[in-house]
Design a binder for this molecule. Structure first.
Ligand code: UN1
Length: 506
C-alpha cells in the first residue's frame, strides 16, 4: 500500500535531493535515509546536496529571479493557483507520506496539505493586493508613495514536524511577491520535500516558469551555507532556539535579513470560571496532539487552585482514553515521536523534573513496541523549576497551581520563549486582562482555544527567543519584499524638506 503511494508521488528507491531546473545531486553529498518512526522501516534514500550542487541551485534561483520578478504579480498568482489545484489532487497521497515520515496521524498529515492549499488560496488573493501607501508630501507639487518590490531568492529551512506546510507558508507568499525559493527541509523528512518538489516542478514547467522553487536536501552544512550566502537576502528558518542562536549571527554578519520561528514553551491558564469540558479537549489536543511535537504544543498549564483537582482528574481520564498506535490507522490519535533520541530526551526531562521536586501523575514511559512511542505525561510542577523553563519537544504537560491571575500571568511570561498562549475563562475581564499589554507576551494569544492549531490567515510567529518572525497570513508578506519610498516632483521648483534653503545660482 505504501509503495504505491510513494510511486504515485514519483518517488523511487533513491532519489536526488537537489532540484532546480535540471540540476541533480552528484555523488559526494552523502545519502540521507528516511525512516518511518512508527516502525523503524526505511522509507527511501535521498542523495544530499554537495557544495557544488548547492552553488548551482542558488545561481539558478538567482537567474530565475531576474525573470520572475518581472512577471506581473497577478500572473504569478495564477501559477500558485495551479499549485493549489495540484495539491488538492494529491492531498491524500502527500498527506499519507507526511504521516509515514513524521508519525503524525492521518488527519493531521492531510491537514498539513490542506494548510498548503489554504496558503496557495491566500497567496492568489494577495497577488492582487501587494499594496503600498500614498503619503502626503510636505512639499508643493510633490507626490510621495511606497512600493513593494521583489527581494531576491529566499533561503527557507524547515523542521521535521511540519515538513510541507511551513514551506508553503514561505513559498506561496514569496513567489507571488516575485521571489524565488531555495528550500532545505529537515533531514528527517526529505521524501515529503522531494514529493512536493515533483508536484511543484510540473506545475511551474507547465506554466512556463521553471526553477522558481528549488530544493537542497542536506544537513546542517546546507543551512550554514544559506546563512552565510549573500545571494539569499532573506533567510527564513524554523527550528530550535539553539539553531537560531547558531545561524542568526551568521546572517547578521553579512547584514542579511532573518525570519525566525524558533522554540515555543507555550502555556495556558485555566481560571476558576472556565468551561471545563471545552478546556479539557483543547488541553489534550494541544499537549498530546502531534505527540507534543508542534512548536505550538501546550507544555505548561496554570490552573486556579480551586479547580485544580477536578481538572487533573478529568485530564488523567482523557489521557487514558487516547488511542495510541500506527498513525495511518483509523481512530489512532497518538503516533510515535520522531526518533529514539526524542524518546530519550523525554525520559531525561522527566528525570530532571523528579530531581527538582516534581511528580509524574500519568504516563511518561516508553512503550514496548517497534518505533519510538511513549505515553504522554502529566506532571505536577512549580513555575520556578528549571525544567519547566525548557522546551522539551515531547508530550509532557507541566501542571502548576496558581492563586491569582496576576501571579499566573507573571509565571506565564517568565520563560524565554514567546510563541503561543491561551486562557480558558468565561470572564470577560479575565480574558481582556490576558490580551492587554500587561497580559500574555506571546505572538499568539487565544481565548477558549488551545495554543496549537492556528489558521493561516493570521501572521504566525512569536516574540523573545522564539525569534520575532511572522509567517503565513496578514501582512507577513512584507518580510519577503523590499519597500521603496518614492517621491516625485511634478513642479518646476525645487523646495527642500524641513524648509532647508540651499540656493545656488547657475
Ligand atoms: C510548527 O509547529 O512549527 O498552529 C507550526 C499550529 C500549526 C503550525 C505549527 N498551524 O499548530
Amino acid at each position: 500500500m505504501f509503495q504505491e503511494v510513494l510511486s504515485r508521488l514519483g518517488l523511487r528507491d533513491t532519489q536526488s535531493g537537489v532540484c532546480a531546473g535540471d540540476w541533480v545531486a552528484k555523488p559526494g553529498g552523502g545519502e540521507i535515509v528516511s525512516t518511518n518512526p512508527a516502525t523503524g522501516d526505511v522509507l527511501g534514500r535521498v542523495r544530499a546536496a554537495a557544495r557544488g550542487d548547492y552553488d548551482r541551485v542558488v545561481a539558478s534561483a538567482h537567474e530565475t529571479f531576474l525573470k520572475w520578478r518581472l512577471v506581473p504579480a497577478p500572473e504569478r498568482g495564477q501559477v500558485i493557483r495551479s499549485l493549489g489545484d495540484a495539491l488538492r489532487r494529491k492531498k491524500q497521497d502527500l498527506g499519507l507520506l507526511v504521516t509515514l515520515e513524521t508519525g503524525k496521524i492521518r488527519s493531521e498529515g492531510e491537514g498539513e496539505v490542506q494548510e498548503m492549499i489554504d496558503m496557495c488560496d491566500f497567496a492568489v488573493g494577495l497577488s492582487r493586493q501587494l499594496y503600498g501607501l500614498t503619503i502626503a508630501s510636505e512639499r508643493p507639487s510633490h507626490r510621495m508613495f511606497e512600493q513593494w518590490h521583489p527581494l531576491g531568492p529566499v533561503g527557507v529551512v524547515t523542521a521535521f514536524n511540519f515538513p510541507v506546510a511551513v514551506w508553503a507558508w514561505n513559498a506561496a507568499v514569496a513567489a507571488v511577491g516575485g521571489d524565488t525559493v531555495v528550500w532545505k527541509p529537515s533531514a528527517r523528512t526529505p521524501l515529503s520535500a522531494v514529493a512536493v518538489e515533483h508536484i511543484v516542478q510540473k506545475v511551474f514547467a507547465d506554466a512556463g516558469h521553471p526553477g522558481v522553487f528549488s530544493l537542497c536536501v542536506g544537513g546542517k552544512d546546507v543551512a550554514q551555507w544559506m546563512a552565510d550566502d549573500p545571494r539569499l537576502p532573506l533567510f527564513s528558518a524554523t527550528g530550535s532556539c539553539a539553531m537560531g542562536r547558531a545561524l542568526s549571527p551568521r546572517v547578521a554578519a553579512r547584514l542579511g535579513r532573518t525570519l525566525l520561528e524558533l522554540g515555543g514553551n507555550n502555556a495556558a491558564i485555566v481560571t476558576e470560571t472556565a468551561e471545563l469540558d471545552l478546556a479539557v479537549r483543547a488541553i489534550v489536543f494541544g499537549a498530546v496532539g502531534t505527540a507534543g511535537q508542534r512548536c505550538t504544543s501546550l507544555r505548561r498549564l496554570f490552573v486556579h487552585e480551586s479547580i485544580a483537582d477536578a481538572l487533573l482528574d478529568r485530564l488523567v481520564r482523557a489521557y487514558r482514553s487516547v488511542p495510541l498506535g500506527n498513525p495511518w490507522e483509523d481512530g489512532v490519535l497518538l503516533g510515535p515521536l520522531i526518533s529514539r533520541e526524542a524518546v530519550e530526551a523525554m525520559q531525561t526531562a522527566l528525570g530532571e523534573l523528579v530531581a527538582q521536586g516534581g511528580q509524574v501523575v500519568y504516563g511518561g514511559a516508553p512503550v514496548n513496541r517497534p518505533g519510538h512511542f511513549a505515553l504522554p505525561a502529566i506532571a505536577l510542577a512549580r513555575a520556578d523549576m528549571p525544567i519547566v523553563a525548557r522546551e522539551t519537544f515531547a508530550p509532557i504537560l507541566y501542571v502548576i497551581r496558581y492563586k491569582s491571575l496576576d501571579e499566573a500571568i507573571a509565571w506565564h511570561n517568565q520563560v524565554e520563549q514567546g510563541l503561543s498562549s491561551a486562557i480558558f475563562t468565561d470572564s470577560l475581564r479575565q480574558a481582556e486582562v490576558f490580551l492587554s499589554p500587561a497580559g500574555s507576551d506571546c505572538g499568539i494569544a487565544n481565548v477558549n482555544i488551545g495554543t496549537s492549531g492556528a489558521e493561516i490567515g493570521g501572521a504566525f510567529g512569536g516574540e523573545k527567543a522564539t525569534g520575532g518572525g511572522r509567517e503565513a497570513g496578514s501582512d507577513a508578506w512584507k518580510a519577503y519584499m523590499r519597500r521603496q519610498t518614492c517621491t516625485v516632483n511634478y513642479g518646476r521648483e525645487l523646495p527642500l524638506s524641513q524648509g532647508v534653503r540651499f540656493d545656488v545660482s547657475s
